[in-house]
Write a protein that binds this ligand. Structure first.
Ligand SMILES: Nc1ncnc2c1ncn2[C@@H]1O[C@H](COP(=O)(O)OP(=O)(O)OP(=O)(O)O)[C@@H](O)[C@H]1O
Ligand SMILES: [Mg+2]
Length: 321
């Protein structure tokens, strides 16, 4: 039974729909606090957020491994709580922590997974080649290095050619060459538009390059959700970054009071970042000097997604780093 979550008529069923999804773990940790989002078929959607923001918990709820406390979610129109087998049949997941069977060989792992989900295994050899697994396939997975196991997990998730693919920090632990090749694989899947992908990441370049839309999650809440271009645009065309000797946050209130910085200026540790919009960089720099803060470095540049991310998650990220 497929069912539409809302009365609103849609031409196509969204690949992922999340409505007021919430998870409070036993012991009272409110990991996810009632989030909403919709991902269209063929879209690549990135969840960005600092450690402990609730990304893996969200992926866990969408892949039926974590039971939501409240709210609903649908994959391809299937309610993950009510029609969980159907939801799982059309999706695959690469969890943050490895789950492959370690005793069987890599090849056996791939075959078992394909058979479990009724896939014919077509395209497997190409996948194995791209992910650099060809020479490893006949060894037990227990003998793989961490990065090799990660690559096997990714191949395994793809052999069943899911409609919806969940990748929880796919590139962690991969060496730079394999990471780039993996990003190419994901970019290729995106270009073909056959698969909907939800990925979580700390790498902003990944999100910027791959994602059609990005949700920034902090403390279990979505604090921004838009295209990378729109998120970038929110900080204007230029910003000035000042490194000071001391706590940069002490400069924020005085600069704002004199309208030398807007609400979107932010401080992380000893770095003060001031999106200029139409303001003067020179005036902001002079004012920081007058406040008695010694400036150790000044640069003026275009905003990046890192700036958007740090502005929205700053303190926690700094604490977690
Ligand atoms: N089984 C659990 N029991 C209790 N609390 C948990 C459990 N799993 C996660 N949490 C807590 O829920 C919050 C969200 O955790 P989650 O793993 O979803 O974060 P995350 O965004 O994936 O972080 P990371 O970037 O470190 O992977 C954290 O505060 C975490 O400590
Ligand atoms: Mg996680």
């Amino acid at each position: 039974m497929q069912r539409k979550p809302h009365a609103v008529a849609r031409s196509t069923t969204p690949a992922i729909e999340v409505h007021q999804l919430r998870k409070t773990y036993p012991g009272g940790v409110e990991a996810v606090k009632g989030i909403d989002f919709t991902v269209d078929a063929g879209e690549v959607f990135a969840l960005l957020g600092p450690n402990g923001a609730g990304k893996s918990t969200t992926v866990g709820m969408l892949t039926t491994t974590i039971e939501p406390t409240a709210g609903s979610a649908w994959l391809g129109g299937f309610d993950v709580a009510v029609e969980s087998l159907a939801a799982r049949r059309i999706s695959s997941v690469v969890f943050q922590d490895p789950v492959v069977d370690r005793a069987p060989t890599g090849r056996r792992n791939l075959e078992l997974h394909a058979r479990l989900w009724g896939a014919d295994g077509a395209g497997t050899s190409e996948l194995v080649e791209t992910l650099g697994l060809a020479k490893l396939l006949d060894r037990p997975a227990s003998t793989y290095s961490g990065g090799q196991r990660r690559r096997l997990e990714i191949a395994r998730a793809l052999v069943s050619r899911p409609q919806v693919l969940f990748l929880d920090e796919p590139a962690v632990g991969l060496d730079p060459r394999i990471r780039h090749e993996l990003l190419d694989v994901i970019a290729g899947l995106r270009a073909r538009g056959e698969m909907t992908i939800l990925l979580t990441t700390h790498y902003l370049d990944e999100a910027e390059r791959l994602a059609d839309r990005v949700a920034i999650i902090r403390g279990g809440e979505i604090v921004a959700l838009d295209t990378p271009t729109a998120l970038l645009g929110s900080l204007g065309r230029e910003l000035v970054e000042l490194r000071v000797d001391g706590d940069a946050s002490t400069a924020l209130a005085p600069l704002r009071a004199r309208d030398l910085a807007g609400d979107d200026a932010f401080a992380v540790g000893s770095t003060l970042t001031v999106p200029l919009h139409d303001r003067s960089a020179a005036a902001a720099i002079a004012a920081v000097g007058e406040l008695g803060l010694v400036t150790t470095g000044i640069s003026s540049r275009r905003p990046t997604l890192d700036d958007v991310y740090l502005r929205l998650t700053g303190d926690r990220l700094a604490a977690a780093a």
